[in-house]
Design a protein around this ligand. Structure first.
Ligand code: URA
Length: 289
């Protein structure tokens, strides 16, 4: 997309070939299965586990690679940090035909029992960000898709990594919004006690994108899940850069492979969701490997 190029309209900013304004991807560039790290650099790391990969586009915070993982066409797009840029990624990926999203992120654990380097698979997210509220009423839940979450659990189990399953809180702010002191120790009264409150209602972790991905995906009838590496623990005050990130990437890639098998079975068995029979059939085949 060149500078000065005239797009379809102000409301639909894409080219004649449907190249999207921000991500600069078009239909056929990307798989139905897209991994969503925040960090553009992590897209390359994700693709390094694929059998074959190529760069599709790189524009602003959005880097997209596509390729093949165990014979499954797969893509990864960075969302940038936080809800607004993440919503743009979902909007434009959906427009080019993607329908299954897995966030591959980093997170701060709220409980002592979660070790730095463990993974957290989210069943849903508390919508502490603002973007999803511009889409739908605050009472609307930000929940992960059952199929994708089950595939993430299956991948974590088969790869034998430590993981926790539960609720996540998605914030618009890494510092003050996650009850970290701002510059000069600033913390407003309404953020004090947030961590204790979230712990008391059984929220496992803080991150910044899951709620947007879950909410938009639910609204549009798309599927989404999230696996994050706990690089920080807010109780023990440990912070280890990239701890567990490689495990999160392996789990997300493997979850796509598993989902692709389940999706095939769903078509064959005329099911609209993953059933115990589908999981049983997959596991029987898996054990034969
Ligand atoms: N990402 C977050 O949003 N918070 C953390 O504490 C770590 C990663």
């Amino acid at each position: 997309m060149g500078s000065g190029e005239r797009l379809k309209s102000a409301s639909i900013p894409e080219t004649k070939e449907k190249i999207q304004y921000h991500l600069q991807v078009k239909p056929s560039d990307v798989s139905r299965y897209v991994l969503l790290p925040g960090d553009p650099g992590r897209v390359l790391k994700i693709a390094s586990f694929w059998d074959k990969s190529w760069k599709v586009a790189e524009h602003r915070e959005y880097t997209t690679y596509s390729g093949y993982y165990k014979n499954v066409f797969i893509s990864a797009t960075s969302t940038g940090i936080g809800a607004p840029s993440t919503a743009i990624a979902i909007e434009e990926l959906a427009r080019v035909g993607s329908d299954t999203f897995i966030r591959v992120g980093t997170t701060g654990a709220l409980h002592r029992f979660i070790n730095v380097g463990d993974l957290i698979i989210s069943t849903g997210a508390v919508r502490l960000e603002g973007t999803s509220k511009q889409y739908v009423i605050p009472e609307y839940p930000a929940i992960a898709s059952l199929d994708v979450t089950l595939a993430l659990i299956a991948a974590a189990e088969t790869l034998n990594v430590n993981y926790h399953l539960g609720l996540t809180a998605s914030s618009d702010s890494f510092y003050v919004g996650q009850e970290r002191p701002g510059y000069k120790g600033y913390i407003p009264p309404f953020q004090r006690g947030l961590i204790d409150f979230l712990k008391s209602i059984n929220v496992l972790n803080f991150e910044m994108e899951a709620a947007t991905i879950f909410t938009l995906s639910s609204i549009y009838g798309l599927r989404a899940g999230s696996v994050c590496a706990a690089i920080a623990n807010r109780e023990t005050e440990e912070f280890i850069v990239d701890a567990g990130v490689e495990d999160a990437i392996k789990v997300a890639n493997e979850a796509v492979k598993i989902l692709s098998i389940w999706d095939k079975y769903m078509v064959e068995k005329k099911k609209k969701t993953v059933t115990p029979e589908i999981i049983y059939d997959w596991f029987k085949e898996y054990l034969k490997r």
